[in-house]
Write a new protein. Sequence first.
Length: 247
Amino acid sequence: MTEQIRVLVADDQGVIRTGLAMILDHEPDLTTVAQAGDGEEALRLIDRFDPDVVLMDIRMPVMDGLVATERITQANQAAGRSRPAVLVLTTFDDEAYVLSAVRAGASGFLLKDTDPDLLVSAVRAVHRGDSLVDPASTRVLLERCVELERQVGNSGGTAAPAPNDAGRWTGVLAQLSERERDVLVWMARGLSNRDLAAKLFVSETTVKTHVSSVLSKLGLSSRVQAVVVAYEAGVVRPGEAEVRWES
């Protein structure tokens, strides 16, 4: 029997929670173990049901999805584990929050009107440990967010300069070996561990070792954070990355 991926759905709208659960439960390898109406409830249910993946809405009462994601990441790091992975659900109206969600430790993000098949693939992807950005829309959202930060940082207005520019990462990226820099570039272009293994002519185990080393040296907790760093550092420029995931 196929081992099931256990999912917790957190959204303040009951209709959306129910709809997402129906999509997930239709798949033989996915099961919804709990539903939460806010971030605080999600944290309680995580302790109770131990899900593999959390579908997390950003805007919720009591505790929003950003704070909840950060708490989950901190708990994972303290326990030395990588689960549950957090998959943020967003809209284009939430673009100002997307990078905050990624920096809080989200493994990926999707638009709420994403096709059900892509949603299912996304849950499987973050469960595998692959980063993901919706190739049709969310990648554009990521590019827009990074570019917005750069514009704010370069403006002559009252806003404080954005700290996440290429200069910030110069010294850190210098710590990476040549192979690790290659891995970072191809991760940013959307290659999964399997794709990277084929591209670099190594085993998936070796790829996982390289990925872990890259994340550790950059002080990151997920592959999707590495994608953001690659954009900010200019390693991959908007429009160049082919970001996707496998079913």
